[in-house]
Design a binder for this molecule. Structure first.
Ligand SMILES: *Cc1c(COP(=O)(O)O)cnc(C)c1O
Length: 370
């Protein structure tokens, strides 16, 4: 290990994670969610790793993210579902990208944009999250219009989907029932969606009733747990990202010495301080000041003082830490590293945010055993 600051991405881990989840859920289709640059892991390598593990679909939030996957040569079926009002849906047709539809207006817009079509769409139903999604009061009209456009050859309803709140099992099961009602109505209206999908990672793992015939897997692909009460290892997942750096400088300070901005930390006794060249510009949450922990030489040390834009300090006591030594900020807890979840707890957030915000200054280095 040598780079100044880098995120090492284990592509085999991602392949393993998808293979593992696919075996567990046992459904017809698995959509790997690689939005937000594959949750910070790199969308293209994440997509390739997921496909190698048995995913047969890919998804992103928006059309631009989807076209970037096409530009990279990925030809797998691909869905995106969050569209600006002025999205040019012709691009979706040209690049063979399916689009999620959240309203009757959007359905018309897509049908108009593609002309002779067909445009491949997945109807997104509102079932409780109150974000995008076709309102239940519009289901009947939207399904009827979709069926009409389908008959005219302008549209093909390839999927029907929704998304869960994870508020509680009871809430999610209620949403699943509402979704099932929508699916029945769509079928009664003559639609034959090939993919019926509701569950993301959490529900796919713990609520079999929500699996229908397809699941969408994001966080699980990256080997992180969506649950507070289960670790990656508990779920049989391997965290794919290890964030590491090299110690930039070491200094010895006496008891009482203030450290970093505002002196929110004062050395309780004489100690060595190691400087880590990562800061909030790189996605290290400033909220984790005086709380996040890193591993140096197999020992855990806590951040001392404020995390700054480019750097933070850890107090290492009398340990023989030297410039250039390897610092693991987070990685696979099964190998003794702090986890992204540990950092999330230290910062009052979720592991999704920790990996997704790792900045562009951190080089991604891809490792695979094979
Ligand atoms: C991000 C997202 C997912 C993936 O969720 P995970 O919890 O990361 O598995 C699935 N579906 C939708 C609609 C999403 O926005």
């Amino acid at each position: 290990m040598s780079g100044f600051r880098e995120a090492i991405i284990d592509t085999d881990a991602m392949t393993h994670n998808i293979r593992h989840i696919a075996a567990l859920v046992n459904v017809d289709h698995l959509i790997a969610v690689v939005k937000a640059d594959g949750y910070g892991h790199g969308a293209v390598p994440a997509a390739r790793a997921a496909l190698a593990g048995g995913a047969d679909w890919l998804a992103t939030a928006d059309l631009r993210e989807a076209t970037e996957l096409r530009d990279a040569g990925l030809t797998a079926p691909l869905l995106c579902w969050l569209h600006a009002p002025d999205t040019d849906f012709r691009l979706a047709r040209e690049r063979n990208i399916d689009v999620g539809i959240s309203s009757l207006d959007q359905l018309e817009q897509v049908a108009d944009a593609v002309g002779n079509g067909p445009a491949y769409v997945h109807l997104k139903l509102e079932t409780g999250l109150s974000r995008n999604g076709i309102d239940p009061s519009d289901w009947q009209a939207t399904f009827a219009r979709a069926a009409e456009l389908e008959h005219a050859g302008r549209l093909s309803v390839r999927g029907i989907f929704s998304h869960l709140s994870n508020a509680s099992d009871a809430d999610d099961l209620a949403a699943a029932e509402e979704f099932a009602r929508g699916v029945r109505l769509a079928k009664d209206t003559g639609l034959r969606p090939q993919l019926v999908h509701l569950a993301a990672t959490a529900a796919a793992i713990r609520l079999p009733e929500t699996r229908f015939n397809t699941v969408r897997i994001g966080i699980g692909l990256y080997g992180l747990s969506p649950f507070d009460d289960a670790s990656s290892r508990d779920l049989g997942l391997i965290p794919a990202m290890t964030l590491r750096a090299s110690v930039a400088a070491v200094r010895r300070v006496p008891a009482g010495k203030g450290v970093s901005y505002s002196y929110t930390y004062r050395a309780p006794h004489e100690t060595s301080l190691a400087l880590v060249p990562l800061g909030y510009a790189d996605g290290i949450p400033r909220q984790a000041s005086n709380a996040g922990r890193v591993s140096i030489g197999g020992e855990l040390y806590t951040v001392a003082g404020r995390i700054a834009m480019d750097q933070f300090v850890v107090a290492v006591g009398d340990a023989a830490v030297a410039p250039g030594d390897d610092v693991v900020i987070f990685g696979d807890a099964a190998h003794g590293a702090p986890s992204a979840t540990d950092w999330a707890i230290a910062a009052g957030t979720i592991n999704y945010e920790i990996v997704t915000r790792i900045g562009s200054r951190v080089s991604r280095v891809y490792r695979s055993a094979s």
